[in-house]
Design a protein around this ligand. Structure first.
Ligand code: AMP
Length: 211
């Protein structure tokens, strides 16, 4: 099954896509993670993208479209995949359709802006493997240390409050129109993540996939 998961930054897409990935044995593909890897490697692409990411803006459509094209050609995607953070604009969604990729389900996680801002300030990520934690809701066993690889947990530059507000504005303007795009295609399920823990939304996401 080919699945798209979208929602505002901080809606828990990373955790939800990891759970779906394990349950359905299909890879979770996060364009954000792929781009962060490119940044870490110091490649030319990484340096070019750094500026867009640090102030919370989107990287150009053609760059992420190329990244996705290459990634879904890989053999682990032959039984399906979950896209987390792609598409994020209508041109990206159209590009996916033009590639002839059949999307089975699109899940939108809706969480209000106030809750997102509160959540994001507590988010920490492992600087080595990218695993995500939260200072209140998903604490690591040892403060500041990743459970999986023992790397150091840091606040992402784009999780700082002003940047989050900017990211939310961009989300409403550029990504939210995907709701209408996929609703017209009859593929959309909206999940209300307000006042719910990430764990509860994971359950809702899994039942939406079984429906
Ligand atoms: P994420 O981890 O999904 O929140 O992505 C982090 C950052 O990577 C975003 O704020 C964007 O700068 C960039 N990014 C990730 N996916 C996309 C995409 N599909 N289109 C444009 N920019 C993206």
């Amino acid at each position: 099954m080919n699945i798209i998961l979208f929602g505002p930054p901080g809606a828990g897409k990373g955790t939800q896509s990891e759970v779906i990935s394990q349950k359905q044995s299909i890879p979770a593909i996060s364009t954000g993670n792929i781009i962060r890897e490119a940044l870490k490697s110091g490649s030319e692409l990484g340096l070019r993208l750094k500026q867009y990411m640090s102030d919370g803006g989107l990287v150009p459509d053609e760059v992420v479209i190329d990244i996705i094209k290459e990634r879904i050609k890989k053999s682990d995607c032959k039984n399906g995949f979950i896209l987390d953070g792609f598409p994020r604009t209508i041109p990206q969604a159209e590009a996916l359709d033009k590639m002839g990729i059949k999307i089975d389900k699109v899940l939108e996680i809706n969480v209000s802006d106030d809750i997102i801002i509160e959540r994001m300030s507590g988010r920490r990520v492992c600087e080595t493997c990218g695993s995500s934690y939260h200072m209140q809701n998903k604490k690591p066993q040892v403060e500041g240390i990743c459970d999986k690889c023992h790397g150091t947990l840091v606040q992402r530059e784009d999780d700082h409050p002003d940047t989050v507000k900017n990211r939310l504005q961009i989300y409403h303007k550029q990504t939210k129109p995907l709701e209408n795009y996929y609703s017209k295609q009859g593929k959309l399920t909206v999940i209300n993540g307000d006042n719910k823990s990430i764990k509860e939304t994971v359950e809702l996401v899994l039942s939406a996939l079984e429906a």
